[in-house]
Design a protein around this ligand. Structure first.
Ligand SMILES: Nc1nc2c(ncn2[C@@H]2O[C@H](COP(=O)(O)OP(=O)(O)OP(=O)(O)O)[C@@H](O)[C@H]2O)c(=O)[nH]1
Length: 329
């Protein structure tokens, strides 16, 4: 009979009636109360047991399926066959009954009385050990596979979360970092030693509303994408470029001298102007206004101070008619 839980032939766990009769002749009979512990996992023992009546529970620990043994079932045989073997399960009497206990001397007697029957028992006992080992290996393989699958699922969930986290920080239209991503970048830079010496550049499209009104929203979108491409092209690997929202963009230039930053800002407004003149119906570009400031070294002013300064500079550029760069340091 195959045990549905372990896949092991359960008849291999019980003595045949003739084997039981032989064992009962030589074994010590021990009455045992329910709840009494027979041995614990790891205990060393040199005796095997046969259930005469009552029931025994074996607990192998580590999430392995336990076993309940009834009449004529035997257990602990490795203790007897190998000698002083560490028990692989906790054995507890589940129902009051009687056990047959066999040690080395009783085993010798069995061999003298009926060697053929004992040989038959030994073959079955060894087969049971092999089957149990195979079942254990198969279970461990299955568990390993389950763990592998759980790990794969966890990895793909994590990467999906990373992707959606990245999406929440990306502007859909231009692919640039959005305002939320920009705030996170600024926070990171502030924690990594501050923004001293960086240049903050605010960029705003001129008369953008009229492009939407005249050529439609899609044409406006294309212009915003062109502005994003231009800013992406001038940004170095350590610079931050983002779309703050609407027709407003921002660059944080790091590791540039003020003159270099002026050249970059001038290049942006010059390029935008040229592109606007090259393609104007429908427009591919619009002129840009820029407000910039150098974030002072050694200053205790916070990020808001520098942002407000660049914003004032941008306001001044707009008041001057746009298409220009204004600085306020
Ligand atoms: N096509 C398009 N238009 C947008 C988008 N986001 C905001 N806008 C439009 O951008 C326009 C910005 O208008 P304003 O803030 O008045 O700026 P402006 O027309 O450039 O005016 P000035 O800055 O003073 O030159 C508004 O009409 C918004 O509807 C977008 O994603 N796509």
């Amino acid at each position: 009979m195959i045990d549905a839980r372990t896949g092991v032939d359960a008849s291999a766990s019980a003595l045949h009636p003739d084997e039981y009769a032989l064992f009962a002749q030589v074994a010590r009979s021990c009455p045992v109360e329910a709840g009494q512990k027979l041995f614990r996992r790891g205990d060393h023992g040199a005796a095997m047991y046969v259930v005469a009546n009552g029931a025994v529970e074996l607990d192998f620990g580590d999430d392995l399926v336990g076993k309940r043994l009834g009449a004529r079932a035997f257990f602990g045989e490795l203790g007897l066959l190998i000698g002083d073997h560490a028990r692989s399960a906790d054995a507890v009497m589940a129902e009051t009954g009687e056990l047959l206990e066999l040690g080395r001397d009783e085993f010798e007697l069995l061999a003298q009385r009926d060697p053929a029957l004992l040989a038959q028992f030994l073959r079955r006992a060894i087969m049971r050990v092999v089957l149990n080992e195979q079942a254990l290996i198969a279970r461990l393989r299955r568990r390993n596979q389950d763990l592998q699958e759980a790990l794969d699922a966890l990895r793909s969930t994590t990467s999906r979360l990373d992707e959606s986290e990245a999406l929440t920080r990306t502007d859909e239209l231009t692919g640039l970092t959005n305002r939320r991503g920009f705030a996170a970048h600024v926070e990171q830079r502030l924690q990594a030693g501050g923004l001293d010496g960086h240049v903050l550049v605010l960029v705003d499209c001129d008369r953008f509303k009229s492009i939407n009104d005249t050529y439609g929203h899609l044409a406006g979108d294309r212009v915003l994408q062109s502005v994003a491409n231009l800013l992406r092209a001038v940004a170095g690997a350590d610079d931050i470029v983002c779309r703050l929202g609407g027709d407003e963009f921002c660059l944080i230039l790091s590791g540039h001298a003020r003159e270099d930053a002026e050249r970059i800002a001038g290049y942006v407004t010059d390029s935008a102007r040229m592109l606007e003149r090259m393609h104007n119906s429908p427009p591919q570009m619009t002129t840009l206004s820029i407000g910039a400031c150098l974030i002072g070294t050694g200053s205790h002013a916070g990020w808001e101070h520098w942002y407000a300064l660049a914003d004032d500079a941008l306001y001044r550029a707009k008041r001057n008619g746009g298409d220009c760069v204004e600085w306020l340091d």
